[in-house]
Design a protein around this ligand. Structure first.
Ligand code: ATP
Ligand code: SF4
Ligand code: MG
Length: 301
């Protein structure tokens, strides 16, 4: 199946100024690779600060002005330039943003979702939103309801690429499953869905592949089915995530992700990895294909 979105060697740095107004470039994403194919849900998992939202914003061309971007982004096989993404945003490429601040506070919810009344009615029904919500302003909604409105807004346009950034927090299990099912239906109808989530367990029930982010880079892209058993996974960090899932023992991985600005040399996971050798800490670890998945680890087999 062909990739609708292909991100190659993406790096994002922020230009920041220290106390003495000394300029510094803070690299928050480095050598990140990810692709989303037509008809699939690619879940992006990784802890807070691993670069998930920034990837979404880089694709949509909505990073702040002090961000410098390197690498390549292709959409439908062609480079996704700033000009091109501007014309596709909100139509072919839709975002379910992580922050509820993306809704216009002064516009009634119904108008923000769509002008097409029949499309609005079906999407409201799907997300169990009462039709009178259309006449409300964003501040009148609860958090969970706002998320449902954000999902509805993004998916009503018939987009080919949907990027959903943490679409389910604040939703009950039933509503979260309903939202996931909707993304699944959109993918089955031919869209490409990038689903950014903390809830790996929920995502595994609906996604085709999982991209695992760590400290601003992709360490592994595995098939959802690989999460059936730890041995099917490739990277030590993915295996640690697997062990942290409730039904696999709920064991948190010791240590924490390094901060941007103080990243280690070589493999970014090396300080926490008990398989590390001297080879791991010299130079960038390039992605390799292992058992059909992609992994950035010298010793994955
Ligand atoms: N405007 C900015 N200036 C400087 N650093 C930033 C900026 N925006 C984000 N960052 C940093 O970039 C890193 C990645 O941020 P990002 O928001 O992509 O994380 P995330 O994976 O989406 O986390 P979460 O799961 O909490 O949403 C973080 O360390 C964050 O502090
Ligand atoms: S490259 Fe080395 S340090 Fe990094 S995950 Fe693999 S074994 Fe561990
Ligand atoms: Mg985020």
């Amino acid at each position: 199946m062909s990739s609708i979105l292909e991100v190659k060697n993406l790096s994002v740095s922020f230009r920041i100024y220290d106390k003495g107004l000394k300029r510094r470039d803070l690299k928050v994403i480095s050598n990140l690779n990810v692709s989303v194919r037509q008809g699939e849900i690619l879940a992006v998992a990784g802890s807070s600060g691993s670069g998930k939202s920034l990837l979404a914003h880089a694709v949509l061309g909505i990073l702040p002005g002090n961000a410098a971007v390197e690498g390549e982004i292709f959409y439908g096989g062609e480079p996704l330039t700033v000009k091109r993404v501007k014309s596709l945003r909100g139509y072919e490429i839709a975002l379910v943003p992580q922050s509820v601040e993306y809704l216009d506070p002064l516009m009634k919810v119904g108008k923000q979702i769509t002008k097409d009344k029949s499309a609005a009615a079906s999407v409201f029904k799907r997300y169990k939103l009462n039709l009178n919500v259309a006449g409300m302003y964003p501040f009148q909604l609860s958090g969970g309801m706002t998320r449902r409105v954000l999902c509805a807004t993004a998916v009503v346009s018939g987009a080919k690429l949907i990027i959903a950034d943490e679409p389910t927090p604040g939703m009950s299990k039933e509503l979260a499953d309903r939202a996931m099912k909707h993304f699944r239906d959109l993918a089955d109808a031919g869209a490409a869905v990038m689903l950014i989530t903390h809830d790996l367990d929920l995502a595994l029930g609906y996604a085709d592949r999982i991209a695992v982010f760590y400290a601003g880079t992709t360490v592994e892209t595995a098939f959802a089915a690989d999460f059936e058993r730890e041995e099917k996974l490739r990277h030590p960090y993915t295996k640690a995530l697997w062990r942290a899932i409730p039904q696999n023992g709920f064991q948190p991985a010791p240590g924490s992700q390094p901060y941007a600005g103080s990243l280690p040399e070589g493999c970014l996971f090396a300080p926490r990895c008990d398989m590390k050798t001297n080879e791991c800490v010299s130079g960038v670890i390039k992605p390799r294909t292992v058992r059909g998945g992609e992994v950035c680890c010298l010793y994955a087999d």
